[in-house]
Design a protein around this ligand. Structure first.
Ligand SMILES: [Zn+2]
Ligand SMILES: [Zn+2]
Length: 244
């Protein structure tokens, strides 16, 4: 839904990625504007029952506040189905703070279930979610989703590390943060060449670059990733879709 960062850029809004399955849809991260962009594709916030949060930076979580209020404040409708939020350490306190800071966000007619995920594999009824630490923040996680015989990996915000190679092994799609171009000095993000190297080492099919900062151009990022990776590289924009 949103393929950008916290910095405003054309066609690159705050982070949000909707995985649509036959039985279940899962929203990964929910930065500002995500529920409006869901509305634009005909997906109502009313039907979001499962959200996965990579870390607690504003560009990955801000619309959680709006969603929680909308669940109570929709004329003629109130959420009654459970809302489940899975994610990084600190998520429970974070949501509790939202509920006490923002009027009208505390659930009125439904169960809000928050689960902080340990590093490892977690079995759910319709999917498996495997997590790894990314080194972006002390608690930031990447996710490997195995669902309906497909493997999708989402790095969240990340750094280059072996855990992510393992997590991304043989993925059909790797949705990889690509904040900067090669040579940019960073200790808490990935550069385009590192994204390509990660995809190559992990043997993924399709590398999707996202979370590009405004000066990170699609053409150069693609070329730099391609210089390290034999598979398909595409660059996400707000509203990009992909069949897996
Ligand atoms: Zn971010
Ligand atoms: Zn971040």
């Amino acid at each position: 839904m949103g393929a950008g960062t916290v910095i405003p850029a054309e066609n690159r809004s705050h982070a949000g990625y909707l995985v649509r399955g036959a039985a279940l849809d899962i929203l990964f991260d929910i930065g500002a504007g995500t529920i409006s962009r869901l509305f634009a594709i005909g997906k109502s916030y009313r039907d979001i029952d499962l959200i996965v949060i990579s870390h607690l930076h504003a560009d990955h979580v801000l619309d959680l506040i709006s969603l929680l209020q909308a669940n109570n404040a929709t004329p003629g409708w109130a959420r009654e189905t459970r809302l489940q939020i899975l994610g990084c350490k600190g998520l429970k306190d974070f949501v509790q703070n939202i509920l006490s800071l923002f009027d009208g966000t505390a659930p009125e007619h439904y169960l809000l279930e928050i689960i902080e995920l340990e590093v490892g594999r977690h079995d759910f009824p319709d999917f498996i979610l495997e997590t790894a630490k990314t080194g972006h923040t002390s608690n930031s996680l990447a996710f490997r989703l195995e669902m309906e015989n497909r493997i999708i990996v989402y790095t969240g915000d990340a750094t280059e590390r072996d855990e992510l190679v393992f997590l991304s092994r043989q993925a059909d799609v790797l949705i990889c943060e690509c904040s900067f171009l090669a040579g940019f000095e960073t200790t808490d993000h990935l550069t385009a060449d590192q994204c390509g190297r990660l995809a190559q080492r992990a043997g993924v099919q399709h590398l999707v670059l996202t979370h590009l900062y405004p000066n990170t151009t699609s053409v150069e990022a693609t070329a730099q990733a391609n210089s390290q990776f034999d598979g398909i590289v595409t660059v996400a924009r707000d509203g990009s879709t992909l069949d897996v």
